[in-house]
Design a protein. Structure first.
Length: 201
């Protein structure tokens, strides 16, 4: 990870509990194991697409039916940073995969495109003692759609894979959208603006 904090024993315990939950998802693909790491009434909310589960029954259905069985075989998770607070872990990560299978948890209704995708995302995991209480996940869905060819970025304030890569590569230039907007803005002289303003009186 690019940034690491010195953890207290209590924070290390939280970090380990979160690692175990992630293992049940991305290594074991085991909904029964995943649900045992959670409280009786958990919440998983993938905010950009409003997909997940509210309560044990919904979360288990989400894991077993729509998520853990629909993780591409080449899925790679690259840790960027982790912050551990009181009863909370915040992970910043980059995911890389090839869209070779249906992925209802990310792209419901979209058949496999066989395209490579890179996503920068943040997950906020809240614990109640030694059980995971809720997960809130955030990422740029527009960037995902651009990478899959499902959204044309021309004229829109959105980017594709370069947004994700900028998290890992500081040499990628910023502000391209601002420069593009400035370059395409109509040029109006100051005197023309003044004439228009005077004509309004």
């Amino acid at each position: 990870m690019s940034s690491q904090q010195a953890l207290t024993a209590e924070q290390q315990k939280l970090s380990d509990l979160w690692d175990e939950h992630v293992r049940t998802e991305f290594s074991a693909h085991a909904p029964d194991e995943a649900i045992t790491t959670m409280v009786a009434n958990p919440l998983v909310n993938q905010v950009p697409v409003l997909i997940g589960g509210n309560g044990r029954e919904e979360v288990y259905e989400f894991y077993s039916k729509y998520f853990l069985s629909q993780i591409p075989a080449d899925m790679e998770m690259i840790p960027v940073s982790r912050t551990v607070g009181q009863d909370r872990v915040v992970d910043e990560m980059v995911a890389r995969f090839t869209h070779t299978i249906p992925m209802d948890w990310l792209l419901p209704g979209i058949p496999p495109t066989e395209k490579c995708v890179e996503i920068a995302f943040v997950v906020v995991a809240q614990f109640d003692r030694d059980k995971l209480m809720h997960e809130h996940l955030y990422w740029d869905q527009a960037s995902v759609l651009v990478q899959l060819g499902l959204l044309d970025p021309a004229g829109l304030p959105v980017v594709g894979v370069e947004g994700t890569r900028s998290v890992l590569d500081r040499s990628i230039p910023l502000n391209a959208l601002i420069h593009r907007a400035e370059a395409s803005a109509p040029k109006t002289s100051q005197s023309a603006k003044c004439d228009a303003a005077h004509a309004a009186y």
